[in-house]
Design a protein around this ligand. Structure first.
Ligand code: SF4
Length: 449
């Protein structure tokens, strides 16, 4: 089941407590029309865009528009053609030249990006791929971010949407969004090892569902139909829960007993969406039972507060994150609510230079599952004339420990190693004591090496 116990386990014990250098990321996909050029392209793109070697060798390049601004022989963007003696009379240039210096300043939201639940889930799956032979199976995307999912797929994780796709005895991780009870049961019945990386704040809502239904409440659950978290939560008591899509409100919901109605929510909604439905529900059911604040998690509300802050000064807000990420899309809606144009982008390649026309200040943030290097690349691409200003609304210090199944497994593994090898870690720090000191970013660096 485990890889070569000796070397692998000592590798685990020595998992870095200090920061791993960020890997230099490969260039993003080359867009636009492709056309060959005959002179030295490496010089042409020097300092501008890291073209993959195979693209250079094959003469594949991006035609992204005119590089030269006219008749003076100088480039429109001094990082590209103008620097090179081998300058080409061609229309090829760095995509960054389409937007560099267009913007006066970037305002960078803090907090943004990885939350404690995502940190825990990514580190957990990293342990799984370090301990077990590939493939490791993961029920649903571990977190809703394409870059993260791709990184794990490259090291042998297979993401599935049904436990039927998992071979008997294989190691399985359940995603951060929480799984339906029948999925957890199926995993426990058939998998060799099951680690449930559900975020504790999602688990809290699952518990609320169980407690309230035991007390005879009908539950209104505000969420997005089909989202993994909503599916998993509703599955706790489907016959007692009515899904409320935030933009549609209560619609024709009829309570069996208006004194026994409760309101719960997906953790990643827009706060204003929660408040809208809350108002409506309280008006209809004065004895409504609901959380003291809401079920929206700290990461969701903090990131939204930061976007609201950005919206007071920025002309445009860019939100880094995947389309499947509910909290990412909520950040875009929060900016729209504040009357600011906002776009969700997967990465820097997705920025349309036209969005920046006439914009002096661009706010940048990221959903809770988006790696921060994608944010850095966005800022690099925008290349604001007067740098980056941090807009911090709060400091987050939340930490969620690794799932109990994983902690138990790693502790047992360490005990085996300590008992079996003379060069053991006996008396030293265990595998888990250092968990706080390394981050999901380092974990992703580790698997990307
Ligand atoms: S966004 Fe909130 S609920 Fe979701 S994983 Fe992060 S902390 Fe947990």
């Amino acid at each position: 089941m485990c890889r070569d116990v000796g070397s692998q386990v000592f590798g685990l014990i020595n998992l870095p407590a200090t920061r791993v250098d960020k890997k230099k990321l490969p260039a993003g996909p080359i867009g636009h029309e492709l056309a060959p050029i005959s002179r030295n392209p490496r010089l042409l793109f020097d300092d501008c865009l890291a073209l993959p070697d195979d693209a250079i060798d094959q003469g594949r390049f991006a035609n992204v528009g005119p590089a030269d601004d006219g008749d003076d022989g100088e480039s429109a963007h001094d990082g590209t053609l103008g620097r090179n003696e081998n300058r080409l009379e061609s229309e090829y240039t760095c995509p960054a030249s389409n937007m560099a210096d267009m913007v006066e300043r970037v305002q960078l939201a803090e907090p943004r990006g990885f939350c404690a639940g995502v940190e825990m889930a990514i580190k957990s799956l990293t342990w799984m791929v370090r301990v077990f032979e590939a493939p490791v199976y993961c029920y649903h995307e571990i977190v809703h971010n394409r870059w993260v999912v791709d990184a794990f797929e490259r090291v042998g994780v297979i993401f599935v949407n049904s436990m039927n796709e998992v071979p008997l005895g294989a190691p399985v991780m359940l995603s951060a969004h929480g799984s339906a009870p029948e999925v957890v049961a199926a995993a426990q019945a058939s998998a060799g090892v099951v680690v449930d990386a559900v975020c504790p704040l999602v688990t809290k809502v699952h518990h609320e569902v169980k407690t309230l239904t035991d007390k005879g409440f009908q539950i209104l659950y505000i969420g997005h139909g089909g989202h993994d978290e909503a599916v998993g939560t509703i599955a706790e008591a489907p016959e007692h829960i009515t899904l409320i899509e935030p933009e549609r409100g209560l619609e024709s919901f009829k309570a069996k007993d208006p004194t026994k109605v409760a309101l719960l929510a997906q953790t990643t909604l827009g706060l204003f969406e929660w408040e809208d439905v809350l108002r409506q529900s309280q008006a209809e059911f004065p004895e409504l039972k609901t959380a003291r604040k809401s079920d929206l998690c700290y990461a969701t509300t903090n990131r939204q507060e930061a976007v609201q802050q950005l919206s007071t000064s920025a002309d445009l807000v860019l939100v880094v994150g995947s389309d499947s990420s509910s909290n990412t899309r909520a950040l875009v809606r929060v900016a729209h609510e504040a009357g600011i144009p906002a776009y969700r982008i997967d990465n820097a390649d997705a920025i349309d230079p036209e969005w920046l026309i006439g914009k002096e200040i661009v706010g940048v943030t990221a959903g809770a599952s988006a790696p921060d290097h994608l944010v850095s690349e966005v800022i690099d691409r925008i290349n604001p004339r007067n740098g980056v200003e941090l807009i911090q609304v709060t400091k987050e210090g939340e930490y969620f420990p690794l799932p109990p199944q994983l902690r138990g497994f790693l502790t047992a593994l360490q005990a085996v190693v300590e008992a079996g090898f003379s060069a053991s870690n006996r008396g030293g720090r265990g595998l888990l004591e250092d968990d706080r000191s390394w981050t999901a970013t380092e974990a992703l660096d580790l698997i990307s090496e």
